[in-house]
Design a protein around this ligand. Structure first.
Ligand SMILES: [Fe+2]
Ligand SMILES: [Fe+2]
Length: 260
């Protein structure tokens, strides 16, 4: 089977691009399952029920998240109604929602998806992501050989370390959060597809999806500023991974598609 993975969806422009392009990509790349990071879908910050409903026909099967998962206060309650949204599995157990799940792909295969949050250069209350996934693996494997991990983290080194930690143990480890796609996609030994960061679904004319002038201004002055989302000239970034019945990845191809 083939799995489509998409980076952080930023704002309305990102949502529109996902609605338009994901069904096309699923067809063109012959994918039967899609995972996308959704943590910036609501105006750049978190999730809302309305935004998720807007994406209900987009063909995205699972939305992973990260440090912005609770940016919208209402979502603490709303997440319970969305079985296709994952909060990071290594956040404290008392937080609402769940960090992993089992989902059925279009071809009938069961896919386990895990959302994990990094800790290096990040202000989070997250527990150790390595310990968390190590604890989860036996349970995941009992259900399926096809396991996808989205490691939402800032540091390239922490992400590669997670990829290597899970080498030969899961089907796919992809990174999100930096909004900049990396060109290091490869298949690790034992059949684990890896890419440090998938990039984003956001404006090409922006800084990480945000208005250029306000971000540059913040760096120059050090003064607090609001960063408006730029919803124009959207590029969708991600990758398509082929996984065999034993859960081993056999190919990974990077995807970047502009919306005109
Ligand atoms: Fe993000
Ligand atoms: Fe993030």
């Amino acid at each position: 089977m083939r799995i489509l993975l998409i980076g952080d969806i930023v704002g309305k422009g990102g949502r529109n691009a996902v609605n338009l392009l994901v069904p096309r990509l699923m067809r063109d790349y012959d994918c039967q399952f899609c995972v996308a990071n959704g943590e910036n879908m609501a105006g750049g910050n978190g999730f809302t029920r309305q935004c998720l409903l807007e994406l209900s026909n987009s063909k995205v099967d699972v939305f992973t998240s990260g440090d912005h998962v609770w940016d919208q206060k209402e979502f603490e309650k709303e997440i319970l109604a969305f079985s296709n949204v994952l909060r990071p599995a290594n956040l404290p157990d008392c937080q609402p929602g769940r960090g992993y799940g089992f989902f059925e792909a279009e071809d009938g295969a069961t896919v386990a998806v895990v959302s994990l949050l990094g800790r290096t250069f990040m202000h989070t209350a997250a527990n150790c992501p390595f310990e968390t996934i190590e604890r989860l693996l036996p349970e995941l494997r009992k259900q399926t050989a096809i396991i996808v991990v989205d490691f939402h983290a800032e540091a390239t080194s922490e992400k590669i370390a997670m990829g290597r930690f899970l080498e030969g143990k899961v089907s796919i480890v992809v990174g999100t959060h930096t909004h900049v796609a990396t060109a290091d996609q490869q298949i690790f030994s034992g059949g684990t597809a890896y890419q440090t960061d998938l990039g984003m679904v956001g404006s090409r004319d922006s800084i990480l999806g945000r208005d250029i002038a306000s971000v540059v201004g913040r760096f120059r002055t050090g003064m607090p500023a609001r960063f408006a989302v730029n919803d124009k000239n959207i590029r969708l970034c991600g990758c398509a991974v082929t996984v065999n019945d034993e859960g081993r990845a056999t190919s990974i191809e990077r995807i970047a598609m502009d919306m005109y």
